[in-house]
Ligand binder design. Structure first.
Ligand code: NAD
Length: 359
């Protein structure tokens, strides 16, 4: 049955990088048997300009009936003076909440050809391929009670609550184990179980699920402070990491910077049924928007994730990732990842090169 993909270009470089991703999807449809329909929608600043809202009702309807969402990026100086409630970023948060996207998958991949882009020594990071899974809709960012209150002694007190219910831990654990099964079968769960009861429960539940349902997966546990250190010391020891909302927020940014190339990193946010939103981790890059300079590879690698996680097309996902690898081996680079002796290409030429490199 044909699958529907909602395509939301957004703002800044969003439309340029999405154009390349759409070109690739059309080729996969026409010559690789991929049965899809693409439907475009408005999000972010572009939606505000057209409808007054960052997430218009028509876009919400579209994403709800779709099997997956492919998003460019949102935001820009033009919309910054607007009240927070109707800024472009609200469109993104609204999408995550409306679709129940509780699992955020952020691979940190460093193609060997780009090892020099990292601030760490090439030997430490060349060929890095880890996947960080962050719980996205629970934990301390949403827990209640929260706020700032006045105390009897005249001071103020700020407070937040770290809460996780069994079902929230179980469903993110399952995403962690399933992802590990598709990779090297190694899962490291990150917590602070020596100090925080909520993460003690996290550890208990994940251990039980591992023992009962995923005996093949090599499950380990690590405290978050150690995990931060290990990510910088010897990141290649990790395959898949799973953690709560706040720890994941911090660790996934740390891991992405190990690679040093923001224009290369994709992400996925999934619901309980495999529906997902796929987007590059970078923003709308207003400084280079409209110049045909942006690196489209993070978006193209997001397409690979979409194929793998929402359309169950692992073989096509591999083809896309291999094409990226091949193009880098052939020495083509957008300006953000340019190295001496390599050939500089623009956004469009990079998109064409990926299509030409498909098996
Ligand atoms: P940014 O990621 O847009 O840009 C940071 C730097 O990286 C810029 O110099 C930019 O030119 C460069 N860059 C980013 N993506 C690139 C690519 N594909 N190719 C080449 N260079 C690239 O972050 P920012 O400047 O902090 O934010 C700009 C706007 O994007 C803001 O409005 C912000 O709110 C928004 N934003 C949106 C998202 C999202 O849509 N998910 C995420 C982060 C920031």
């Amino acid at each position: 049955m044909s699958k529907t993909i909602a395509v939301l270009p957004g703002d800044g470089i969003g439309p340029e990088i999405i154009t390349e991703a759409v070109k690739l999807l059309e080729v996969l449809k026409q010559s690789h048997g991929l049965d899809i329909q693409l439907e475009k929608g408005l999000i972010g600043g572009a939606a505000i300009d057209a409808t007054g809202k960052p997430l218009p009702d028509e876009t919400l309807e579209l994403v709800k009936k779709s099997d997956a969402v492919l998003l460019g990026a949102v935001g820009g100086a033009k919309w910054e003076p607007l009240p927070i409630a109707i800024r472009p970023e609200k469109g993104l948060l609204g999408l995550r909440a409306e679709l129940g996207l509780f699992a955020n998958l952020r691979p940190a991949i460093l193609f060997p050809e780009l090892a020099d882009a990292s601030t760490l020594k090439p030997a430490v990071v060349a060929g890095l391929d880890i996947l960080i899974i962050r719980e996205l809709t629970g934990g301390i960012y949403f827990g209640k009670p929260r706020g700032v209150r006045n105390l009897d002694n005249g001071e103020q007190q700020g407070f937040n609550t770290l809460v996780y219910d069994t079902h929230e831990i179980e469903r993110i654990a399952k995403v962690g184990f399933e992802s590990a099964m598709k990779r090297q079968k190694k899962l490291c769960s990150i917590d602070k179980a020596n100090v925080l009861e909520a993460t003690e429960l996290w550890r208990e539940i994940i251990t039980k699920i591992g023992k009962n349902d995923y005996p093949e997966v090599d499950l380990t546990h690590m405290y978050v402070d150690n995990a931060a250190m290990q990510l910088v010391r010897y990141p290649k020891q990790f395959d898949v990491m799973v953690t709560n909302n706040m720890f994941g927020d911090i660790l996934s940014d740390l891991a992405s910077q190990l690679t040093g190339s923001i224009g290369m990193l994709p992400s996925a946010s999934l619901d309980a049924n495999g529906k997902g939103m796929y987007e590059p981790i970078h923003g709308s890059a207003p400084d280079i928007a409209g110049q045909n300079k942006a690196n489209p590879l993070a978006t193209i690698l997001s397409v690979a994730m979409l194929l793998r996680y929402s359309l169950q097309q692992a073989e096509l996902a591999n083809k896309v990732e291999n094409a990226v690898s091949k193009v880098l081996q052939n020495g083509l680079r957008t300006v953000d990842i340019l190295q001496a002796g390599k050939t500089v290409v623009n956004t469009e030429e990079m998109g064409d090169a990926i299509i030409a490199a498909l098996d």
